[in-house]
Structure formats: structure tokens, C-alpha cells
Design a protein around this ligand. Structure first.
Ligand code: ADP
Ligand code: ZN
Length: 738
């Protein structure tokens, strides 16, 4: 038997063992795709090892097809996926799935083009005689690029197609069809951004860069935290450091939290590095992602700019991984595998001997603690570039506002006056409300009937739809038209409660008739390219007031914005989440950081019901240190991360009782290990969102400093209960416990 272990696209599964029949004399290498039987189906899997785990008693099944002779996924990416599966308690197939470009597990459905690659026979004849000079030139070019060159690229080098055909007929090269190249930069890059490489760095930038240069030159694994206030010029440092690493012959991965941020950063890197930049994020079409992935794999790319999954990009020698806005929660994937892009980046850099730069104005508690402990080098930028001032922050106590101006006030008098002033000076305004929709609920004033989601324990959000209203669940997308009169009592008094971005947009349009208003949230950005279009319009002055959710809070650099208004600073504070204060502090600091980035000074006006809450107070002073110290005391006293490790386990059932019983059984299985390690088990208890998409949910937490023992205990307990595995979601290092 010649056994290999294969990751198959089936949730939660460990690698399966297969036999490679003799008709394939060479074992497919780690990273190659193979067709294998699973149950009654045949699937495309990925070879993850030759160390095959013991074959099943019934004997290993045969591989039925080998798709690649060379690794499709690089071996180090396969190893990274195995680490992810192990650490986050996911199936190895789930992890491999994130690293694979779309479409790689089915026959290609993309427009194709021809790619020419040298065969091993072709490479061996290179050493001897017997080929014509023209043929030799082609083989030499191909020898440098194992995955092959497009036929069109050879044509561009003056190679005639009959030369290639002759080589193919002699078995010296192969010609294969491959998805065609599309350039997603066409629509995703903001055209106005261009990198000015000649300007002088500030003293702070200069000294941070020289420290980072020295770290990059060691070519050894290292993590640095670049802790720089908003507008301190971190991007400029990334660009210059990236140039240095590329000149060393290594590649750069730049991770950004949101697709919203990719266009401008990608544009900057494109203007600095030309076509050797690829982008990777989920808003690209499958075909585009596939093409970009292939370019990276072929070694045609020096810099990859992308969101979380770009951490798996098939770069051969990554020398620098930048995680911009490292504190951002979008780095955590909220479906299996539930990995954190920043943490996976650090693991990848460790095995690649690369430098990691974590950039943020508001580092996560975890990262800052590591920096204080000396595990990471901390570099600070305390001032904005060109001596620009940080925005001043003014708090508006909304309780006073309600008392004076009535309970329906959404935009305070102070904020309205400030908007008016900016509009008259032709400056720009950003308005943040971290809640989309028009209203947060509808109810009948006569009988009190409300519109709840039938599948989830949550009230439906009201959206404007033409001249009427639609109520929609933000979790399962269930939607109904809001009728003119109550469904229960027929009274015509249906009322809206609460407000979201759609209502703010409408109020601004009504109160400032001349203003050009744009909105950015998940509802307005469904269409492909819509986001880049709005941001581009804002950047070029076609919009005066931009209203949006946290999508507009971070990263962007719009020099003409001099006012940022925060409608409800406390949206997040009511949540039963131990990270609520941290989130609020980060969001306020980031959004205030959008103001005053140009010549004029900026101001932020923050409306809140809790002006005395410490996360709001320290955000106003933009005092990170004070926030961190205060928050750490709280985390320590409550035993929350980063002072301990945490795992959230969610159990689903058809009824609450069923879910409780299943969860209790898993907890019983954990108790011996919990006593020994030790670690604590909290729960099971109904989850805050107790019903979701028709299922009932119960959760329990593992908490303690023996992190590896906690993971192992849970893995063992679940392995002993395979019948419940599908009902259980494990979240290691959860960011969101709701
Ligand atoms: P951060 O990411 O730290 O918030 P950015 O990198 O976006 O800050 O920089 C803020 C602004 O300052 C950008 O418009 C950038 O082009 C500009 N900038 C950065 N470095 C310099 C410099 N040395 N001289 C002049 N302008 C700079
Ligand atoms: Zn729902």
C-alpha cells in the first residue's frame, strides 16, 4: 500500500487515508489535488501528508484521479491550514477550502487561455544538446517558471507558435487551458490615489522606518507593533518597507480589514509597484480571484493586498506581512474555520522567517499586552504628519437634548449647526451611525403587536422600499412588507421606533436641501463596485455629507473632511459583551481620526446617552494608554481575555431543551479534564440570541490559562460524541460572544 492523507471538503473531518494505485508511479506531492471517493460521491481533495495516519481497518480506498503532478497549494500553505484546523478545532478540509482559489475543486468554468509549461523531459534536455537554439530559448524561459507562461507571453517575446507546437509534439512542453486573466483593478482601484515617493518623512516616521528596516534585514521572524495615531503616516512606512523587502527578492503581504479599504491602499501600492501587485478579497468575482491567485502562484507578484483570507496567498517567500488596523474585528472569520487573520499571519511569518508589522492607532488588548511584555517591538508615532492637529472632540449629552428638544431628536442642535457651517465653507462631513436600516422596530400603538422574525429571536428592521416599507431580519434575511394597518387589530397606528442610517440620510437631505448626501452601509453597497464608486465620488468632492456605518469609520484618508458626527456613540455599550468598551473606544477614536487630515483642523461631535462612561471619556481625549490600563484592570478582575484564554462553544437544537441536553452532555465529557488542567466551564446557558434561523442556541465557555489543554479537552470530548458534532460550533479566542 502507498498511503497518503487527503483533506476532503466535508465539514469537521480529519484528513482521510487513501491508497495510490501503481498506475501513478510518483506519489502525488503534498499540496496536489486528487480525486477520491467519500461515501458514494467522488470529490476533489488536497494531499496534506505522506505521513498517513493509520489506514481504516477495512483498508484504504484507492485514489481515482491525480489532478496535479506539482503541488497546487505550496507545502507551507498546507502546513498553515493544518495548524488552523488544529488550533481552531475545524476540519482540515474547511481550512484547505479557504486557501484554495474558487473553482479549483471543479472543472474550470472560466474563460480560458493557453499556458505552456516545460515537462521534466524538457528540462532534462536543456542540459544536453539536441534542441535548436530557438527551442532552447523557450525552454530556458520556462525553466524559471515551473507553473508555466501564457502562450501570449511567449508570443510577446517573439516566439512563433509553430516552435511551441513542435516542442509539445516532442513531449518537451505541455500546453494546458487555464482561466483567463482579468484585471480587477479596473474597477476596484481609486483612480485619484498616487504615491509620491519623493516626499520627506517626518522624524517619527524616519526613526520607525529605520528600526523596521533593520528588523527586515535580519530576515528572521519578528513582530513589531506600529502604534501610530490616526493620520501619522503609517501607510507611507508600509510602502517604503515593502520596497526594501521586495528588493531583497522576497514578497509582501498587506492585510486590510475591510474590502472598503482595499481600493485606496491597493491603488497606492499599484502606483508604487506597478503591475506586480495582486488583490485578494471576497468581493472579487470567482474568476477574478482565481486569476489573481494564479498570478501569485506563478511568481508574477511582489505585493498582495487583501482581506483576511489573503493570509493564505501562495507567495513563495513572504518576507513582510503587514496587518493594518490589526485590532479590527473583521479579521476574525465568523464561520468555520473561525480563524483570526492576524494570528494566522504571525504563525505564517514564524515559519517563513518574515517580519510582521501590526499597525493601529488603537491596538487590541491582546497585542498591546504582548508589546508591553516584550514579545513584540513597539514603535510609536505620536503626532500626525505635517504637524496637523488631532481632531478636537466635543460630547453632546443626549439626555439634555431630549429634555430640551423632545424625544424624537436624532441630530442634536450642536451637530446640525456644525454641519451647516461646514457646508457653507464647502468642507466635507462624515456622519457615523453603527446601525443600518430606517427604524429598528415597528409596533402597533393600539394593541402593541410587534414585528419579530419568525426564525430568530430579534425584531425586524424597517427599510424604505419605494414609497412603502419593508421589515427585514438582519440575521436570516426574512422579509415582509409593512402593511398600512395592524395585522392583529386592524388599527391604522403602526409606528416606527429607533433609527438607522437610512433615516439619518433622509433627515440630512430634508434639513440641508442643497447638500449632496451619500450613504455607505451593507444595504447600499450590495451592487459590485458601488462602494468604490461612492468613496471615489466623496474623494473627488461630488458628495458633501457621507452617512454610514463603521464601514466609513476607519482607514480612509479624505483631506477635506473637517467634521465627523457620531449619532449614537453608545450603540455597542448596551451589549452583553466583555469587549463592548474596547469596541466603543476603538470606533470613536477611529472615526474622530477621519477629521482634519488636510490643511484645516478637524472636529468630532459625539452624541451619547452616557457621557461619563470611561470608554467615551478616554476616546475624547484620545488617550490610549489610559484606556488600556483601566480596561486591563476590568479584564483581570473578571478573568477575561487577554488575561486568560477563552473558548465559546455553541450548541444548536430543534428545541431549547434539546440544545440544553446536548450541551450538558458535552460539558459532562469535559469535566474530568477541567478538574485536572485546571480550567473553568461556565454554562451551559441560553445564548443571548437564543433563536437563530429557526434553531435554538445554548452556549458554554471554557476559561483558563491552560489554553492548549482546553482545546485538547474539547477536541477529545467532541471526538467521543461524533453524533453531536454537527450541532456544535466551537469558537476559539472569540471576538463576539453573542
Ligand atoms: P495613518 O494610516 O497613520 O492614519 P496615513 O498613512 O493615511 O495615516 O497618512 C495620512 C496622510 O498623510 C496621507 O494623506 C498621507 O499621504 C500623508 N503623509 C504621510 N506621510 C507623509 C509625509 N512624510 N509628508 C507629507 N504627507 C504625508
Ligand atoms: Zn431571522
Amino acid at each position: 500500500m502507498r498511503l497518503i492523507s487527503v483533506a476532503v471538503p466535508v465539514p469537521y473531518l480529519e484528513p482521510l487515508t487513501y491508497n495510490v494505485p501503481d498506475r501513478w508511479p510518483d506519489l502525488p506531492p503534498v499540496g496536489a489535488r486528487v480525486r477520491v471517493p467519500v461515501g458514494s460521491r467522488t470529490v476533489v481533495g488536497c494531499v496534506v501528508g505522506h505521513d498517513a495516519s493509520p489506514a481504516p481497518a477495512s483498508g484504504a480506498k484507492d485514489v481515482v484521479g491525480v489532478l496535479d503532478k506539482e503541488p497546487f497549494l505550496p507545502a507551507d500553505v498546507v502546513a498553515l491550514c493544518r495548524w488552523v484546523a488544529d488550533y481552531y478545532l475545524a476540519g482540515v478540509g474547511d481550512a484547505i477550502g479557504v486557501a484554495m482559489p474558487p473553482g479549483s475543486r471543479r472543472a474550470s468554468a472560466f474563460k480560458t487561455r493557453r499556458v505552456v509549461a516545460a515537462t521534466s523531459h524538457g528540462l532534462s534536455v536543456l542540459a544536453g544538446a539536441g534542441v535548436t537554439p530557438k527551442q532552447r530559448a523557450v525552454l530556458e524561459a520556462l525553466a524559471a517558471v515551473p507553473v508555466g507562461l501564457p502562450a501570449s507571453a511567449l508570443r510577446d517575446r517573439g516566439v512563433r507558435s509553430d516552435v511551441v507546437r513542435r516542442l509539445a509534439s516532442q513531449g518537451l512542453v505541455v500546453i494546458r487551458a487555464e482561466a483567463d486573466e482579468r484585471d480587477p483593478f479596473e474597477r476596484s482601484v481609486l483612480a485619484h490615489v498616487a504615491h509620491d515617493g519623493s516626499r520627506a518623512l517626518s522624524d517619527e516616521q524616519e526613526s520607525a522606518l529605520s528600526r523596521l528596516d533593520a528588523l527586515a534585514d535580519t530576515r528572521a521572524f519578528h513582530v513589531a507593533l506600529l502604534h501610530g495615531v490616526t493620520g501619522s503616516g503609517k501607510t507611507e512606512i508600509y510602502l517604503r518597507l515593502a520596497g526594501r523587502v521586495c528588493r531583497q527578492g522576497r514578497q509582501v503581504l498587506l492585510m486590510v480589514p475591510e474590502i472598503a479599504l482595499t481600493p485606496s491602499v491597493a491603488g497606492l501600492f499599484r502606483s508604487a509597484f506597478g503591475a506586480r501587485v495582486a488583490i485578494q478579497h471576497s468581493a472579487l468575482s470567482d474568476g477574478e480571484r482565481h486569476d489573481q491567485w494564479q498570478r501569485i502562484r506563478r511568481g508574477e507578484v511582489d505585493v498582495v493586498v487583501g482581506t483576511r483570507s489573503a493570509v493564505f496567498a501562495p507567495l513563495a517567500h513572504p518576507g513582510l506581512i503587514v496587518v493594518d488596523e490589526e485590532h479590527d474585528t473583521s479579521y476574525k472569520q465568523d464561520e468555520a474555520p473561525r480563524y483570526h487573520g492576524r494570528d494566522v499571519a504571525i504563525v505564517r511569518a514564524q515559519s517563513a522567517g518574515a517580519l510582521v508589522v501590526l499597525g493601529s492607532a488603537t491596538p487590541s488588548m491582546e497585542t498591546y499586552q504582548n508589546a508591553l511584555a516584550g514579545k513584540y517591538t513597539r514603535l510609536t508615532l505620536e503626532r500626525r504628519v505635517l504637524d496637523r492637529q488631532l481632531a478636537t472632540v466635543r460630547l453632546v449629552n443626549m439626555r439634555d437634548e431630549y429634555a430640551d428638544a423632545g424625544p424624537d431628536v436624532v441630530i442634536s442642535r450642536a451637530l446640525a449647526a456644525a454641519i451647516e457651517e461646514r457646508l457653507s465653507r464647502r468642507e466635507q462631513v462624515v456622519i457615523l451611525l453603527n446601525r443600518r436600516g430606517y427604524a429598528t422596530a415597528v409596533f402597533c400603538r393600539q394593541c402593541g403587536d410587534t414585528f419579530e422574525c419568525p426564525n430568530c429571536s430579534i425584531s425586524l428592521t424597517v427599510h424604505r422600499k419605494g414609497s412603502g416599507w419593508k421589515a427585514r431580519c438582519h440575521y436570516c434575511n426574512y422579509a415582509v412588507d409593512v402593511p398600512k394597518s395592524c395585522r392583529k387589530c386592524a388599527a391604522p397606528y403602526l409606528e416606527h421606533a429607533g433609527f438607522g442610517t437610512e433615516k439619518i440620510e433622509q433627515q440630512i437631505i430634508e434639513r440641508f436641501p442643497g447638500a449632496r448626501v451619500g450613504r455607505v452601509d451593507r444595504d447600499s453597497m450590495r451592487r459590485k463596485g458601488a462602494l468604490a464608486a461612492v468613496l471615489s465620488k466623496f474623494a473627488t468632492g461630488g458628495i458633501d455629507v457621507l452617512v454610514g456605518t463603521q464601514m466609513i469609520a476607519k482607514g480612509h484618508d479624505f483631506p477635506r473632511v473637517t467634521l465627523v458626527g457620531v449619532i449614537s456613540a453608545d450603540v455597542g455599550l448596551g451589549l452583553a459583551d466583555f469587549r463592548a468598551a474596547e469596541r466603543t473606544f476603538q470606533l470613536l477614536t477611529q472615526v474622530a481620526g477621519r477629521a482634519g487630515r488636510g490643511e484645516q483642523a478637524g472636529e468630532a461631535i459625539v452624541q451619547t446617552l452616557y457621557p461619563e462612561h470611561y470608554s467615551i471619556q478616554v476616546a475624547c481625549r484620545q488617550d490610549y494608554q489610559a484606556f488600556f490600563e483601566r480596561e486591563l484592570v476590568y479584564r483581570r478582575s473578571m478573568r477575561y481575555p487577554p488575561t486568560v484564554g477563552l473558548i465559546n462553544t455553541l450548541v444548536r437544537g430543534r428545541t431549547l431543551q434539546e440544545a440544553m441536553q446536548t450541551a450538558a452532555a458535552v460539558v459532562r465529557g469535559l469535566q474530568p479534564a477541567a478538574a485536572q488542567a485546571p480550567f473553568s466551564i461556565l454554562g451551559p446557558a441560553p445564548a443571548p440570541l437564543v433563536k437563530l434561523r429557526g434553531e435554538h442556541r445554548v452556549q458554554f465557555f471554557l476559561k483558563g490559562s491552560r489554553r492548549a489543554a482546553m482545546r485538547q479537552a474539547l477536541r477529545d470530548a467532541l471526538a467521543r460524541m461524533p453524533e453531536v458534532r454537527r450541532k456544535v460550533t466551537v469558537d476559539v479566542d472569540p471576538l463576539n460572544v453573542l
